[in-house]
Design a binder for this molecule. Structure first.
Ligand code: FES
Ligand code: FES
Length: 155
């Protein structure tokens, strides 16, 4: 076991993790934050995306032991006092959610993009989403959600 100290959604945590444990396992099974989804479990689909120090990572292949001292944001950490983050609100308005399985990963990926570059081009948005797969929406509504935030149209 390795003992790591980290912050998850603004809350300090100390966890004993196995040497082979992934961040996804720590989040879902130790912290019981089940908004982060496991799809492929091999770094291909993006459904397990969380932010590590503000950067999107595939938590299914990210070692938990590498999170000592880091700040993690999961989908549960985006809304503040029950108010959705702009990109969450925009997903609702644009119809970017169908079954919802991929949604936490897409939302966190786009949240990170918009934090880093508040005025991304449409191509920037599509490039940022290259590691996220959605089986339902056809992607247009998801891109539209990011465009709404960029253009100040997310209410
Ligand atoms: S579950 Fe992690 S990338 Fe698919
Ligand atoms: S909304 Fe179903 S996989 Fe994306």
């Amino acid at each position: 076991m390795n003992t790591i100290s980290l912050t998850v959604n603004g809350v300090a945590q100390v966890l004993d993790v196995e040497p082979t444990e992934t961040l996804l396992e720590s989040i879902r099974e130790r912290l019981l934050l089940r908004g982060t989804k496991e799809g492929c479990a091999e770094g291909e689909c993006g459904s397990c995306t969380v932010l590590v120090d503000g950067e999107p990572v595939d938590s299914c292949i990210y070692p938990a032991a590498g999170c000592d001292g880091r700040s993690i944001t999961t989908i549960e950490g985006l809304a503040v006092d029950g108010a959705l983050a702009p990109i969450q609100q925009a997903f609702v308005e644009a119809g970017g959610v169908q079954c919802g399985f991929c949604t936490p990963g897409f939302v966190l990926t786009l949240h990170a993009l918009l934090e880093e570059a508040p005025a991304p081009t449409d191509d920037d948005i599509k490039t940022a989403l290259a590691g996220n797969i959605c089986r339902c929406t056809g992607y247009a509504q998801i891109v539209e959600a990011a465009v709404r935030v960029r253009d100040g149209r997310a209410s």
